[in-house]
Design a protein around this ligand. Sequence first.
Ligand SMILES: Nc1ncnc2c1ncn2[C@@H]1O[C@H](COP(=O)(O)OP(=O)(O)O)[C@@H](O)[C@H]1O
Ligand SMILES: CC(=O)N[C@@H](CCC(=O)OP(=O)(O)O)C(=O)O
Length: 290
Amino acid sequence: MDKFIEKASVLIEALPFIQQFRGETVVVKLGGSIMEHKDGYSRIMQDIAFMECVGLRPVVVHGGGKAISRAMKENSIATNFVHGLRVTDEKTIHVVERVLNREVNPHLVGIIQQYHGKARGIYGEDIIRVEKMTGKDPETNEELDWGYVGKVEEVDVEPVRAYLRSDIVPVITPLGKGPDGHLYNINADDAATAIACALNARKIVFLTDVPGLLRDAEDKSTLISSLHLSEIDELINRGVISGGMLPKIRGMAGAVKTGIKKAHIIDASMPHSLLLELFTSEGVGTEITK
Ligand SMILES: Nc1ncnc2c1ncn2[C@@H]1O[C@H](COP(=O)(O)OP(=O)(O)O)[C@@H](O)[C@H]1O
Ligand SMILES: CC(=O)N[C@@H](CCC(=O)OP(=O)(O)O)C(=O)O
């Protein structure tokens, strides 16, 4: 009997959260690191199907960095990252397009459908307009050139909204079209943030392979569960936020500044962490507040 009461209480605990989030858009960025673990991302797609079923409007933006690097190696193309962004020449963009648009994206859409959710892929370049990424090396002050890497200028959210109105989960790749009509590669955290801002989403959640932002990246017990906007610069200057965490934290900060109520980083390797974050009062991962 106790077992049944316990199950019912779990459902009842979710009620106020479902009521609060019904009809709200939540952007979920799925990192390529977690896609290396089949069980992990399959459970996440199940969580996404659940979210949609109880009336939320999830939008998935996915990466695939590790799969791209693997495909490049198979094609004997050298991988080169500069300040966290993949240097993308003509050969590389072909691999990036194939892996993201034609392998990872349909695969994720297929898993949501296996869980009886409705989902459709959107090629980023059909909705995202970019400028070529520019920047200077902070040490040498030299101009940097990443090739076909884009900085988001504009997102056409209408196709995304049209899917959401039909209870279809849009699954979007981080690619864009440049002013020259060429295809550009975009860091998936940046693409997710730009899409969340353009949609005026209620929340953005970054799913990755660590528990959240750690004070010491090697020690999982040093989780920073809540971070105020004003603390970010100091943590970047001290080198605490580096590598793959930089675009996430910068994106979260930008999103919160533009009015998105909550931005989170959570551990996708923890089963159903997305549901726990959304539908229970347990806080998981790192959240950024204004
Ligand atoms: N302070 C930090 N806390 C947690 N992770 C960090 C930190 N600094 C750097 N990292 C690195 O960021 C990685 C997550 O970013 P990334 O590899 O881009 O993941 P994803 O593919 O999910 O976007 C972690 O695996 C970790 O190696
Ligand atoms: C410009 C740039 O670096 N683009 C990324 C796009 C994929 C991505 O960001 O994937 P993760 O989320 O798995 O890191 C890349 O080519 O790896």
